[in-house]
Design a protein around this ligand. Structure first.
Ligand code: IVH
Length: 679
């Protein structure tokens, strides 16, 4: 009896400890992502988060989907359920003209009783994707996209990973249930990082922040969404009895509950103040860290909204003024064709320098041959350039009235501008490639530069040094780095004995970089950090990967056919194998180090292929079961096929997986049965 009492007490203490940590970490996220004023270091945050994760793992009964530990998302593939909106999700009437804003103001004044006093709230029009959040008892319970305005997709799991969205509200003033709407954005910094990563793995670049945000919000894997660096501004509170009759005040109150509400909203008394706000932000928008595409003007007094009413799709009490994209007409001077590390060719237009959106523009991206064709670009054309959120502007159209007589259409190159190899364009792809992967200079240096980067081998060496070493004939591939002598490096410009010795030391230190990062460093097309980790984890060493068939590679958990094909063909090329063998001889890691020398590992599942699907007692349980498959010598698959031996099914297993298993007669087992197999 006493023992039970003590256990209950201990559990209570643990629960309190967990709750305290959750509140503390929620507050830190709020300070960092909403207030922009962090109070603790990232390091301290990580320590506290690890503490919470440990307690939650040891005490699964206290699981909470709104715990800050859940912000990392899950690897489980999700399907988005369609859910009906409680209040339909309307859009806004749009205009590009100041005159129509004046008409809007006149219309409002006409619709309202004479002498009715009111103000407008002028807000930024965030250029992202709209979202509706529902809170119950201060907790986020649902996040829906707009969909068709009546029904939206349930993207709650992905939205939970956005650090500026409060999972638990502050204060006590909020009602039991309410909705709040806003915009999910991808800030410029996240967008650039994402495109940089895509360049590194040879993927086509995303066109703009809006598309990138919408794509991230709909990724099936919330752990991927969590890494996209999304942000969320809220601008519309919906509930039966709003706290104030002023929209501006309501949003201030929402801010006090923990929501990120723009500090740039102002109240305007008349049309002149509205126009001044528009003109200010038309220029100032370029200094924001995210995209806005206009200004939203709303009648501030909530009680007037019913009087003014709605059209079928839009409220009469608000309007959006959209900025005209700033454009300039400039002369096309020439086109450069850049060659990336994976051989992809990117055409870039050189332009007569022009002022655009606060900067001087000299270049514009053209992306690929199809874009050049659809613009019908000719030599010496005068073109219009436009700047959206992207750093490099794009060409939107040609001024045909200025086309020179007899000017020739731009002919896309057929040979690599650097090495002269015949370019190839794969079916279904927009880009051209130089296939001379091991002989084309920018591809060679590009690959070595990738090899040394921090996330790869972490060799302390800049791009310029790699280029010098290559140009002076010291290195032709990444394996040559390990043959370098201090005297070679000392002979380079700006190098002395000390800096040369440091570089040699850094090269030697890289020999202990773990296998998964070595795999990433090899620069195999489509193999990013994540897929390298999965491959290294599943195969354990490079020999097993070399021995694997293309099908076996694609059966690796979460590795699709495209990556498998790319890895398979890379490992078939004699020149690549030669580099691998040299790197191995220099002492680089080509074998995963079993971090847990655990008594839990065995060969009990050797030769067996398994899939884990559905949800289990805790969100991390699926991952744990998957780990057990690998630890016990089994092979994890991501889709069911004739080789699948067992499906370990939790609650709500993937419907298509079960259907396929039934067709193939694959054995479906429970978690208990699976654990029995390992006993
Ligand atoms: S209010 C019923 N305020 O613009 C009115 N919308 O083109 C609800 N948007 O669907 C919307 N910033 O996705 C409002 N400050 C803002 C906004 C905003 C961006 C988006 C929103 C809306 C679209 C209309």
């Amino acid at each position: 009896m006493q023992c039970n009492f003590k256990e209950t007490m201990d559990k209570k203490t643990i629960e309190n400890q967990i709750n305290e940590l959750r509140d503390f970490l929620n507050r830190c996220n709020y300070d960092y992502y909403v207030k922009n004023s962090p109070k603790i270091s990232d390091y301290e945050f990580d320590i506290k988060l690890k503490e919470l994760e440990k307690l939650e793992k040891e005490n699964p009964e206290f699981f909470d989907p709104n715990s800050p530990s859940q912000r990392v998302g899950s690897d489980e593939n999700q399907e988005f359920k369609q859910v009906k909106h409680k209040y339909s999700m309307l859009s806004l009437a749009n205009t590009y003209s100041e005159g129509e804003i004046r008409d809007f103001d006149a219309r409002i004044r006409k619709l309202l009783p004479e002498g009715e006093e009111f103000e407008y709230a002028c807000e930024l029009k965030f250029d992202g994707t709209s979202i509706s959040l529902t809170y119950e008892n201060g907790l986020l319970i649902r996040a829906l996209t707009r969909g068709d305005g009546q029904k939206g997709d349930d993207v709650t799991n992905n939205v939970r990973t956005i650090k500026s969205v409060p999972l638990k509200l502050y204060g006590e003033g909020f009602p039991k249930e309410f909705e709040i709407r806003g915009e999910i954005l991808m800030p410029h910094s996240s967008f650039e990082k994402l495109n940089q990563e895509r360049t590194e793995i040879g993927e086509p670049l995303l066109a703009n922040c809006r598309n990138a945000a919408a794509g991230a919000l709909k990724t099936q894997n919330s752990a991927v969404a969590a890494k996209r660096g999304l942000d969320c501004y809220l601008y519309y509170l919906l509930m039966d009895n709003l706290p104030s009759d002023s929209h501006f005040e309501n949003m201030k109150i929402a801010r006090s509950w923990g929501f990120k509400v723009s500090e740039n909203t102002v109240k305007a008394k008349n049309i002149d103040e509205i126009i001044a706000f528009i003109n200010y932000w038309d220029k100032e928008r370029y200094n924001l860290p995210y995209d806005i595409d206009g200004i939203v003007i709303k009648v501030d007094k909530i009680s007037l909204r019913d009087t003014l009413g709605y059209t079928a799709k839009t409220p009469r009490w608000a309007i959006a003024y959209k900025f005209k994209a700033e454009e300039a007409a400039v002369k096309l001077l020439s086109i450069d064709y850049q060659v990336g590390r994976t051989g992809i060719i990117t055409p870039v237009a050189n332009l007569e320098p022009a002022h655009l959106a606060g900067t001087i523009v000299k270049r514009a991206t053209l992306h690929n041959e199809d874009i050049i064709r659809s613009l019908d670009l000719h030599e010496n054309d005068t073109v219009y350039i436009e700047k959206g959120g992207e750093i490099i502007p794009k060409i939107t159209r040609v001024d045909l009235s200025k086309r020179e007589e007899g000017s020739k259409p731009i002919e896309y190159i057929t040979k690599c501008p650097v090495c002269g190899a015949q370019l190839v364009r794969n079916e279904g792809e927009a880009g051209h490639y130089c296939p001379n992967y091991n002989g084309c200079p920018p591809q060679i240096t590009g690959k070595i530069i990738h090899f040394v980067t921090r996330k790869a081998m972490n060799i302390n060496c800049g791009e310029a040094t790699i280029e010098m070493l290559y140009n002076q004939g010291f290195i032709k591939n990444c394996a040559d780095l390990y043959e370098l002598k201090t005297s070679d490096i000392e002979s380079l410009e700006r190098f002395g004995k000390k800096s040369a010795e440091n570089l040699i030391k850094s090269i030697n230190d890289s020999k202990s970089v773990p296998f998964e990062r070595v795999l990433y460093a090899l620069g195999i097309r489509y193999v990013g950090e994540g897929s390298a980790k999965l491959l290294a984890g599943d195969f354990g060493n490079i020999d097993a990967m070399i021995a694997a068939t293309e099908e076996q590679l694609s059966e690796t958990h979460d590795i699709g056919e495209i990556i498998a094909k790319s890895v398979y063909s890379w490992l078939r090329k004699p020149e690549n194998l030669e580099i691998l063998n040299r790197l191995r001889a220099y002492g680089l890691q080509f074998q995963s180090v079993k971090t847990e020398k655990d008594e839990n590992s065995s060969e009990k599942l050797s030769g067996k292929s398994l899939i884990v699907t559905g949800s289990f007692a805790t969100p991390s349980r699926r991952e744990e079961l998957e780990k057990m498959v690998s630890q016990n010598g089994g092979k994890l698959q991501s889709s069911v096929n004739s080789k699948t031996d067992f499906i370990v099914a939790g609650e709500k297993p993937g419907a298509s997986k079960i259907k396929k298993a039934e067709q193939l007669g694959t054995k479906i087992i429970s978690e208990e049965e699976f654990l029995k197999m390992l006993e």
